[in-house]
Design a protein around this ligand. Structure first.
Ligand SMILES: [Zn+2]
Length: 101
């Protein structure tokens, strides 16, 4: 099944006004009146390998290089060999590097 896509109404209206010639047609009214979906904006980030000293208990510390969220600084200190594809703290989707290509 295809993924749903969402359109930003203000941007679509601006583009309509930019390219449309003549008096506004029915399409503009349709865009203005279409129901809005309740959508959360996706934040993109990446795991950055950083040296961290994590306090445990007493004077115990965990030292090492851990994946750190580029958006909120959350340290992915779980013993998973592959870090999660999202940040459990801020919800960032960890795909920024792939999108940069
Ligand atoms: Zn985060």
């Amino acid at each position: 099944m295809a993924e749903k896509e969402y359109i930003e109404r203000a941007a679509l209206l601006a583009e309509y006004d930019r390219v449309h010639v003549g008096p506004p047609g029915g399409a503009r009214k349709l865009i203005e009146e279409a129901p809005a979906a309740d959508v959360v904006e996706v934040v993109h980030g990446e795991w950055e390998e950083k040296y961290k000293i994590i306090p445990l208990y007493g004077d115990k510390h965990l030292r090492g290089t851990f994946p750190v969220c580029s958006k909120c600084g959350f340290i992915h200190a779980a013993e998973a060999s592959v870090p999660l594809n999202y940040c459990p703290n801020c919800g960032a989707k960890m795909d920024r590097k792939e999108n940069r290509e």
